[in-house]
Design a protein. Structure first.
Length: 198
């Protein structure tokens, strides 16, 4: 893994939020799918770590965003953690894998990754988490990769074009979207690997 992506460990992240402004809107869910290369040289999902998150005090919950993601942020059955607890869990898991694989740091993979990276970086800064494992600005974005590989930029359409199962009723859940984005990214990387051997 440390050789495949120039020392970076790709980690597929999806967040669910209370809006689109990483400085003003609440982070409500995070999921990170950590990838590995198997004995056949195929990239796949090793593990996924996720958490529901309590809205940080003073941050917004835009009604339109809440309608789309369907999250009730104050439902006690969410078993939500604070931002600090959730990010600590995710960051520790990623740092262990970075160390195990001999990588230098993690690089975020996502669908419209800028949004996810901005929200994660803003929450890390708010909570004074200095050991953020992600590269601060470099990323892989499956919007561009899927546009190139399949002619589709919407996640659901790109996943289906890649002949990966998609369930609309499970979409807009961080764990579901992260895992489907990870499957899409892995399929594109693996296909490129096959083509480059020709």
């Amino acid at each position: 893994m440390s050789c495949r992506f120039r020392g970076f460990l790709p980690v597929v992240v999806d967040v669910e939020t209370g809006g689109f402004d990483h400085k003003k809107d609440a982070l409500l869910e995070i999921s990170a799918a950590i990838l590995e290369i198997d004995d056949q040289g195929q990239l796949g999902i090793k593990e996924t770590v996720s958490s529901h998150i309590k809205p940080y005090e003073g941050l917004n919950l835009d009604p339109k965003s809440m309608e789309v993601n369907g999250i009730d942020p104050y439902n006690p059955f969410r078993m939500a953690k604070t931002e600090f607890e959730a990010l600590t869990l995710v960051f520790q898991t990623i740092r262990k894998e970075v160390k195990r694989t001999g990588c230098t740091r993690a690089i975020m993979v996502g669908h419209n990754t800028t949004l996810d990276l901005n929200f994660v970086n803003a929450a890390a800064e708010r909570n004074k988490l200095a050991r953020n494992p992600f590269h601060q600005f470099s990323m892989f974005d499956t919007v561009s990769l899927a546009g190139l590989a399949y002619g589709q930029t919407v996640l659901s359409r790109a996943v289906q074009a890649a002949e990966i199962d998609w369930d609309d009723s499970k979409a807009h859940s961080a764990i579901y979207d992260a895992n489907k984005t990870a499957e899409l990214f892995c399929k594109i990387v693996n296909k490129w690997g096959e083509l480059s051997k020709i």
